[in-house]
Design a protein around this ligand. Structure first.
Ligand SMILES: [Zn+2]
Length: 377
């Protein structure tokens, strides 16, 4: 697909130029030595996770494949980031086109060279063009949350999918497993303290976790990207529009698109997390915990005037197929598992936050600030 959205590309070039001038810009400096060290580290971690030599070699090769991209919008943001965004966006575009809608062709994609987890759609005024951008660390975030989710689920699938379990037993389940809890904790501390994954130990998925982990991570990414395309396709531009209603509409749009991406990323393995929208739910619920870590008082981040609370979005997502009973049952089942687990994770994270997590995050933020040169603008 070849688009020529010159106005969007020009506007992005200006935004990008400003963004890379920021001392905190998340740019990648190629360095052969550190890349070799990284490969070694990856190989060792994969070995510890139970992968065979042949599988490790395949993994490393896949990781270093970034096909050549023409017309890059965000040069220097890191190997493969824009390539990955383009790959995912092209699948989403294809699914949108199947419904007869072509306005997505007016959207350019770009990587915002900054830390943190964000995705947004910028409209280019006086045109019908838009820019869909995601932060440099969005994919890392999805990968870590998907891994923690997969690991927690696989520790005892019966527990998380049984209707007998209740909130108290979910909490007890987590508190008995400090390794899992610490993994979650480090993800939230790292992203709220530094905006990156840097404080999370590298623990790749095991061969057993691999397929589910990939499905969950891709489902989160697809949903996020489809949601932003939704804002453009649904023409959310009016100043008087109700932003919360628009968020719900974009969620519904993303859920429909994701239903069409059921056989992603594995051609023969249906992905319930794209099909039911549960990937989107996991994204909302994990982000809500992250926002609580990011603000000074847990739960006061007030998702703002523009975004509805996560549980309302999950509720709407899980009950969207009221007229298709078997799909509805599946949607409810998967979204329920995600909600239950994240509710328990949230409760435990809150405790950790009170017991010292809050201090840890603010210390980390302070140290990072002190280590940075002063901003001049
Ligand atoms: Zn939105």
């Amino acid at each position: 697909m070849k688009q020529r959205n010159d106005a969007a590309r020009d506007l992005w070039a200006q935004i990008f130029e400003r963004a890379v001038a920021d001392p905190n810009a998340a740019l990648h400096e190629p360095d052969d030595e550190s890349e070799a060290a990284q490969r070694d580290l990856t190989a060792r971690a994969l070995k510890e996770a139970g992968w065979s030599e042949a599988q490790i070699a395949w993994h490393l090769e896949m990781g270093s494949l970034h096909a050549h991209l023409e017309d890059v919008n965000s040069p220097g943001v890191g190997p493969g980031l824009e390539f990955r965004l383009k790959f995912l966006s092209d699948r989403v575009r294809k699914a949108i086109s199947e419904t007869g809608v072509t306005s997505h062709e007016k959207v350019e994609i770009a990587i915002d060279p900054k830390a943190g987890v964000s995705a947004s759609l910028t409209n280019v005024i006086m045109t019908d063009q838009g820019i869909l951008s995601v932060s440099s660390f969005l994919f890392r975030w999805c990968g870590l949350v998907a891994r923690a989710y997969t690991r927690t689920l696989y520790t005892d699938i019966t527990h998380w999918t049984s209707r007998e379990s209740d909130q108290a037993s979910d909490l007890e389940f987590l508190l008995k497993r400090p390794v899992l809890v610490l993994y979650w904790f480090r993800i939230f501390v790292s992203f709220s303290g530094t905006g990156t994954h840097t404080l999370v130990p590298f623990r790749p998925s095991s061969p057993i976790e691999f397929h589910l982990f990939e499905q969950v991570a891709w489902a989160m990414e697809y949903f996020t990207i489809a949601h932003e395309f939704g804002h453009h396709v649904l023409y959310h531009r009016g100043v008087d529009d109700d932003p919360k209603a628009q968020e719900f509409q974009a969620d519904m749009f993303a859920a429909k698109v994701c239903e069409r991406l059921e056989f992603e990323p594995f051609e023969r393995l249906p992905n319930p997390y794209t099909r039911t929208g549960a990937g989107g739910s996991l994204m909302f619920l994990a982000l809500e915990i992250l926002r609580s870590f990011e603000c000074n008082e847990w739960g006061t981040s007030d998702p703002s005037e523009t975004h509805p609370p996560a549980h309302e979005r999950v509720e709407k997502l899980s009950t969207r197929n009221l007229l298709r009973p078997s799909q509805l049952a599946m949607d409810l089942e998967f979204n329920r598992t995600v909600s239950r687990m994240m509710q328990a994770v949230s409760a435990v994270m809150h405790e950790f936050y009170v017991l010292g997590g809050k201090k840890l995050v603010s210390e980390t933020q302070k140290r990072l600030r002190e280590g940075q040169p002063d901003r001049t603008d």
